[in-house]
Design a protein around this ligand. Structure first.
Ligand code: CTP
Ligand code: CA
Length: 235
């Protein structure tokens, strides 16, 4: 209220955000899905909108409604999300991949409902890999859109082979995105919860930044960081 648009950190910027979890169909009534609620992506959309951006929300399955004042593109599968993301990225200043994208999809989708039968063996699911959308967006950005900022999200669990940050650093390197927002996933943390604790890693090599609180507080911290990167770090 009372603030002009030009004072807002993302005024005049177009921000594309993917949210929720993809669903990969097996037959007309079944799918492989995941527990992403869409809450973090929606919180990011709200924070970006409030920061003055024009926001496009690429919504895979979400447990929460899309917020007002953002353009919504609904998708179901990873392949649909890829198409929507590539199209939206073409004129976006920022792309945030907050969606939980299925790494694999059923190799075949049955046109008819899969029946259980006594005369044949039980089915075995064959899966094929989905494209890595985040990595593709980085490749597509190329030289023509060098100033575009691409942000990934990662939920990591530590294990015997390495700690969370080590995995996350490797993922940031592999994906080639500018920022990676890392969640440490415990047994009952993150999915469907309202609070979150993250580390923001930057390819520029600056110190990891901690943010925690409600998903909306985390979203504000991420959007503030994005505004900083756009306005203070020249391409
Ligand atoms: N992502 C994507 N396309 C995929 C898989 C993931 O764009 N097919 C994006 C997610 O939206 C997220 C980031 O990549 O922003 C990291 O996702 P994550 O699942 O942590 O990474 P993966 O490379 O799939 O590695 P992992 O084997 O740990 O699942
Ligand atoms: Ca994955």
């Amino acid at each position: 209220q009372g603030r002009s648009d030009y004072q807002l950190p993302l005024a005049g910027r177009t921000v594309t955000i993917s949210a929720g979890g993809t669903r990969e169909p097996l037959d007309p009534v079944r799918f492989l899905g995941n527990r992403s609620s869409g809450k973090q992506g929606v919180a990011l959309a709200v924070a970006a909108r409030n920061a003055g951006a024009s926001v496009r929300l690429l919504a895979a399955h979400m447990d929460v409604p899309a917020p007002a004042g953002v353009e919504v593109v609904t998708v179901e599968t990873a392949l649909q999300l890829r198409e929507a993301a590539v199209a939206a990225a073409a004129d976006s200043d920022v792309v945030i991949m907050a969606a939980a994208v299925a790494d694999f999809r059923p190799a075949e989708i049955s046109d008819t409902k899969i029946k259980k039968r006594d005369d044949t063996a039980d089915p075995v699911l064959a899966l094929v890999r989905n494209p890595d959308i985040l990595q593709e967006l980085v490749e597509l950005r190329g030289d023509s859109r060098r100033s575009q900022l691409i942000v990934g999200f990662a939920a990591e669990t530590g294990d015997g082979n390495g700690d969370v940050l080590a995995y996350a650093e490797a993922k940031l390197e592999r994906k080639g995105c500018d920022l990676l927002v890392v969640n440490h996933v415990g047994t009952d943390k993150v999915f469907g919860q309202d609070t979150n604790s993250v580390v923001i890693l930057a390819r520029s090599g600056s110190e990891p930044q901690l943010a925690s609180g409600t998903k909306s507080e985390v979203a504000s911290a991420v959007i503030t960081r994005i505004g900083f990167e756009l306005n203070h770090v020249s391409p």
